[in-house]
Design a protein around this ligand. Structure first.
Ligand code: APR
Length: 234
């Protein structure tokens, strides 16, 4: 068996479920009765920016009530201890990996606590109240929007992710249904380049067939155990 040096970890809503954040496609899903088209698309932002901002304001408020769980903490411990390459690519817009202390985190679908200027691309912290049309601190355009990748938009930093997938020895997916591309295709990309592939999820996912190994269970149990395993060979 080849030695593992470079690891890419993909996380989805399931890793934050035990912190109390609803997943997208489970019962009582995150969209809270809204249609995706009404709150998660560039067209929605243009047509009803007040509704879109209110939706993300509520999610931001909910984020203040939750804490990282054992799975986030275990990945932060791995990040600190792992001497090889490691990249935690998260589809989650919460900050629970960051709050747990992980450093090598890439938010491919954006971040609730960040604002993005649609005019110049500058990011700034999302302060208490940023109504639609708030002015960018860098270019002064009234164009600040949630720093969230909507349906139909390209996820952030795809080149960096593709490069990491092409060179990793192990690809691990945690708590994602495998319903949304391009993230759902990462397992195949990593596999084609020769990586071993491991999935940890509460249920078999749409992508399970592509993984060499699937462990079924709660992230809060599975991830700390796996981190102990992988660190034992570091
Ligand atoms: N531990 C592990 N897995 C869990 C847990 C848990 N405690 N609870 C739920 N899960 C699993 C579910 O079984 C499901 O397969 O997490 C997965 C969550 O799937 P989704 O709700 O579809 O979330 P995700 O895969 O992150 O969605 C991807 O879709 O709407 C977009 O941009 C949004 O980033 C999001 C993307």
């Amino acid at each position: 068996m080849t030695e593992i040096r470079n690891i890419v970890i993909l996380t989805g809503a399931g890793i934050s479920a035990e912190s109390g954040i609803a997943t997208f496609r489970g019962p009582g899903g995150l969209l809270e009765g809204h249609r995706v088209e009404d709150v998660c698309t560039p067209e929605a932002l243009a047509y009803d920016p007040v509704l879109v901002h209110r939706f993300y304001d509520l999610r931001r408020a909910a984020l203040r009530e939750v804490e990282p769980n054992a799975a986030h903490r275990a990945l932060a411990r791995l990040d600190e201890a792992w001497s090889g390459e490691l990249l935690i690519v998260t589809q989650n817009v919460d900050d629970l990996h960051d709050r747990a202390g992980a450093q090598r985190v890439l938010h491919m679908h954006g971040e609730l606590l960040s604002a993005l200027c649609a005019a110049c691309g500058t990011r700034e912290a999302w302060v208490a109240s940023l109504p639609p049309g708030s002015v960018c601190g860098a270019c002064r355009a009234p164009a600040l929007r949630p720093d969230i990748v909507f349906f139909g938009e390209m996820p952030f930093q795809m080149e960096r992710i593709e490069a990491a997938l092409a060179t990793c020895d192990l690809f691990v997916s945690i708590g994602t249904s495998g319903a949304v591309y391009p993230a759902a295709g990462f397992v195949q990309t990593a596999g084609w380049h020769g990586a071993r592939t491991l999935e940890m999820n509460l249920d078999p996912s749409m992508g399970s067939v592509h993984f060499e190994e699937t462990r079924i269970g709660a992230a809060g149990n599975l991830v700390p155990a796996w981190v102990e395993e992988i660190l034992a060979q570091n």
